[in-house]
Design a binder for this molecule. Structure first.
Ligand code: G6P
Ligand code: MG
Length: 208
C-alpha cells in the first residue's frame, strides 16, 4: 500500500530555475565565468555549495574557501530578493490537485528539498501549513544525490522507504530517491531518461 508522497520543491511545486539563473548569472558575470541557461541546468537539485563548485569549474582563477563562502552568500542574497516576486499563482499546474487527492486518500505528504530557502518559498506561495513534514538541505549533512533528505522525510512521516513515492524533476533527485529505496515519479524533460519508475511531462499528467 502507498503510504506517503514526498515532493521535491523547486521544479515540482514551483519553478525557481529562472530566479536561480538570474542570481548565479550576476555572480558569474562579475567573476568573468562563462555561464548560460544550459549550464544552469547542471545545478538543478544540487546544493548551493555544490552549485558554486560547478559554476567555478570554468573560472579563470581559483578561489579560497572564504571567497567561496562569500560568493554563495551573495548569490543567495540576490536570489532571496528575486523570490519576493513569488505568489500562490506560481504554484505549478496539478500540484494542488495532487495535494487534495493525497489528503482525501489519507496519504501523508512531505517536502524533500535541497533548498535552504524552502520555508521562505513555501511561505511566499501560501503552502507553509500544508505538508505533514518538511525536510531541507539545512536538516542533513549530505544533500541530493545522497538519500539523506528523503530518508529523514520518511522517518518524520512514520513511513518506511518502500511505502514512499518521490516526485522529482532533477536527475540528482531521482538518484537520491532510488538510493533511499523509494519509488519515483519523474516530472519534466530533465528526467525523461533518468530511470524513474514513472514519468510525465507535468505533474498534472502524472499518476500515482
Ligand atoms: C534546489 C534547486 C537547486 C538549488 C538547491 C539549493 O534543489 O533545484 O538548483 O541549488 O535547491 O538551493 P538554495 O535555495 O539552498 O540555494
Ligand atoms: Mg527540483
Amino acid at each position: 500500500m502507498n503510504e506517503a508522497i514526498i515532493f521535491d520543491l523547486d521544479g515540482v511545486i514551483v519553478s525557481t530555475d529562472h530566479y536561480h539563473y538570474r542570481a548565479w548569472k550576476e555572480i558569474a558575470d562579475r567573476e568573468h565565468v562563462p555561464f548560460d541557461e544550459e549550464r544552469n541546468g547542471l545545478l538543478r537539485g544540487v546544493s548551493r555549495e555544490k552549485s558554486l563548485e560547478i559554476l567555478l569549474e570554468l573560472a579563470p582563477r581559483t578561489y579560497s574557501a572564504e571567497e567561496k563562502k562569500q560568493l554563495a552568500e551573495e548569490k543567495n542574497k540576490i536570489y532571496r530578493q528575486l523570490l519576493q516576486e513569488l505568489t500562490p499563482a506560481d504554484i505549478l499546474p496539478g500540484v494542488l490537485t495532487w495535494i487534495d487527492e493525497a489528503k482525501e486518500k489519507g496519504l501523508r505528504i512531505a517536502i524533500g528539498s535541497s533548498s535552504k530557502n524552502t520555508d521562505f518559498i513555501l511561505e511566499r506561495i501560501g503552502l507553509s501549513d500544508t505538508f505533514d513534514a518538511v525536510v531541507t538541505g539545512a536538516d542533513v549533512e549530505h544533500s541530493k544525490p545522497a538519500p539523506d533528505i528523503f530518508l529523514l522525510a520518511a522517518e518524520r512521516l512514520g513511513a518506511g522507504p518502500e511505502q514512499c513515492w518521490v516526485i522529482e524533476d532533477a536527475p540528482a533527485g531521482i538518484v537520491a530517491a532510488k538510493a533511499a529505496g523509494m519509488k519515483t515519479i519523474g516530472v519534466g524533460e530533465f528526467v525523461q531518461n533518468s530511470g524513474a519508475d514513472r514519468w510525465a511531462l507535468t505533474l498534472g499528467e502524472a499518476k500515482l
